[in-house]
Each structure stands twice: as structure tokens, then as C-alpha cells.
Design a protein around this ligand. Structure first.
Ligand SMILES: [Zn+2]
Length: 112
């Protein structure tokens, strides 16, 4: 006992280790939420440790990409440098692409 189980990824309540039996009598380890009945932790080796490791395996949260003032400023800068007046559609498309790429580059740079 004693291995730490992360809380349920769906509702955040505690989870607990359980053991059942397969039809052939072999043990079946799994983790279940004590609140919402979410179940998981199936592991290839069918071990208690494997089920706990599988339950605790989480994908890191994706950082939301928000439009910041810096991104807007960068876009404005590119927009005026591009001088959209008198451009044909392909050229305007290119200006917008540059604005978006600059904004994304800025966002990626600021989140590190
Ligand atoms: Zn839950």
C-alpha cells in the first residue's frame, strides 16, 4: 500500500485501487474514482503497480494561446509595414499570414 494515486481526471475526487478477477481466475487490477465511477489503470502486465502507474499517467495540460496586447501590437506593426492599400488579394493574404505568424511566434516566445 501507500502508492500515491492522482485524483480522478474527470471530477477531481479521490481514486482507489481495486482488484477483481478475470474469468480464468487471474487477478485484474484497476483504479476507480470514489465519486463518479470513472475507471482506468489497465496495464499490460496486469499488476497492481502497473495499474497505478497507468492511472497516474496524465497528458500535460495544453497552455491556452490567448491574444495578448503584445501580439496585437506585433500585428499592427506588420500590418502597417505591409501597407495593405493597393495590394491584390494574394498580397493581402500574405500580409495577414505574416501578422498571424508573427503573433504566434511572439506567443511561443513569451510562454518560455
Ligand atoms: Zn471521478
Amino acid at each position: 500500500m501507500g502508492e500515491h494515486l492522482l485524483p480522478c481526471p474527470f471530477c477531481g475526487h479521490d481514486a482507489e485501487w481495486n482488484k477483481g478477477q478475470h474469468g480464468d481466475g487471474s487477478d485484474w487490477h484497476y483504479i476507480a474514482c470514489t465519486e463518479c465511477e470513472a475507471m482506468g489503470g489497465n496495464s499490460a502486465d496486469q499488476s497492481r503497480e502497473g495499474s497505478i502507474a497507468a492511472w497516474n499517467l496524465r497528458v500535460p495540460p495544453v497552455e491556452p494561446c490567448e491574444v495578448t496586447d503584445a501580439m496585437v501590437a506585433e500585428g499592427l506593426k506588420n500590418y502597417s509595414e505591409g501597407g495593405c492599400m493597393g495590394l491584390d488579394e494574394d498580397e493581402r493574404r500574405e500580409v495577414v499570414r505574416n501578422i498571424l505568424e508573427a503573433a504566434i511566434a511572439k506567443a511561443e516566445g513569451s510562454s518560455k
